[in-house]
Ligand binder design. Structure first.
Ligand SMILES: NC(=O)c1ccc[n+]([C@@H]2O[C@H](COP(=O)([O-])OP(=O)(O)OC[C@H]3O[C@@H](n4cnc5c(N)ncnc54)[C@H](OP(=O)(O)O)[C@@H]3O)[C@@H](O)[C@H]2O)c1
Length: 352
């Protein structure tokens, strides 16, 4: 690539720091500007990560004609407004997961990207890591025969803070929309790869969960997905319980373990590992997937390459628009199964 994509980061929170580090490792992108709601925070972030420009409002970031691509990492409910405003300003877009709080918001952002002819991707960075591509290959090659059962967990225990992003109803807290989205997305990816498709959407979604008594968001939840192929998936998520955070795939001829399915470490090289145990064989075969980059760097380059190629959406296994809509629909159904409707949705766009 002759010239690097000039990125602007909208919000200077926790994950923006991981993306800025990833961008520094990328081949295709460079950090031009940071936009924060406060000038002091923008200036400190710019100094730490070497951004030449710092803005104390998001509006100023979007008005910078030299910014070509914008990374949005506000809390979930603010994604839709800023993604649509950025699309209208002609910026290509990488929007943190979940792209919106429900499929209606995802649809609105996709429509804005299409109308303004800009790239848009939901930032499930593990989909851009080579481990995910290798997993898809293995499933297509029937390394464990016909896939039958998927188990995916992603859950952690955070200290309760009713005003914080993970717990607040107004900030769309809870596990299903936070790390639960990884479990839905990887189960749908695996169920699709098993039948030669980029993803599959479940015919039925069921679930159970515990709602936080003060804020009403899901503290922990389990879900089951049933696919047309006969594959079933068990999902587990939460923001107030540590779980195993692995993925297991059971097939007619063996099983696969992903010890680090979401390759989500934020600093240093993040290699992958896929453990394949075939029925009747004494020892499993561990496939090592070297990587000197973080998933955020792989993600920045996937976006940079797609923009350079004139694409509007990412190719599988990264998140295409249809994949994002299917994932949000599944999360909507999972939330409906446990009775979680955000207060903002009770006024418009209920899930389900
Ligand atoms: N891909 C991943 O691995 C990963 C990991 C964690 C989180 N995420 C996603 O990234 C998003 C942000 O998560 P985070 O952990 O970075 O959150 P965070 O640390 O709370 O940062 C969010 C930032 O959004 C801005 N913001 C705008 N409106 C806000 C509001 N009403 N309340 C609070 N902050 C507001 C603030 O930045 P300014 O003050 O600078 O404006 C804040 O620092 C979420 O959608 C989350 O799901 C992704």
């Amino acid at each position: 690539m002759s010239e690097k994509i000039r990125w602007g980061l909208l919000a200077a929170g926790t994950i923006a720091r991981a993306f800025a580090r990833g961008l520094a490792q990328s081949q295709t992108g460079t950090l031009l500007a940071i936009g924060s709601r406060t000038p002091e925070k923008a200036a400190a972030f710019a100094a730490e990560f070497g951004a030449p420009r710092a803005y104390g409002t998001y509006e100023e970031l979007l008005a910078d004609k030299d910014v070509q691509a914008v990374y949005i990492s506000t809390p979930h409910p603010q994604h839709v407004e800023w993604a649509i405003r950025a699309a209208r300003a002609g910026k290509h877009l990488l929007v943190e997961k979940p792209i919106g709080i429900n499929r209606h918001e995802a649809q609105a952002m996709i429509a804005a990207a299409a109308a303004n002819r800009v790239f848009l991707m939901e930032a499930y960075m593990y989909r851009c890591h080579p481990q995910t591509a290798r997993l898809v290959e293995l499933l297509r090659e029937k390394a464990i025969g016909e896939v039958r059962v998927i188990q995916a967990s992603f859950s952690f225990q955070a200290e309760f803070n009713p005003a914080g992003r993970l717990w607040s109803n107004a900030l769309a807290g809870g596990g299903i929309l936070d790390v639960g989205g990884y479990t839905t997305s990887i189960a749908r990816l695996i169920a699709g790869a098993a039948v030669g498709q980029p993803f599959a959407d479940p015919l039925a979604v069921n679930g159970a969960g515990r709602l936080q008594p003060l804020t009403g968001v899901d503290e922990w939840a389990v879900g089951t997905l049933q696919f047309a192929s006969g594959i079933v998936a068990q999902l587990a998520t939460g923001v107030s319980v540590n779980q195993e955070n692995v993925v297991r795939i059971f097939g007619s001829e063996g099983h696969i373990l992903l010890p680090t399915p979401y390759v989500s470490a934020r600093e240093g090289p993040v290699p992958g590992r896929i453990v394949v145990q075939r029925n009747g064989e004494q020892a499993p075969c561990a496939i090592e997937i070297p990587s000197v980059l973080t998933s955020f760097a792989h993600e920045a380059d996937a976006v940079g390459q797609a923009i350079a190629a004139g694409q509007r959406e990412a190719a599988a296994p990264a998140m295409s628009w249809a994949d994002t809509l299917g994932n949000l629909r599944t999360q909507d159904q999972w939330r409906a199964a446990i009775g979680l409707v955000y207060e903002a949705e009770q006024r418009k766009n209920p899930p389900g």
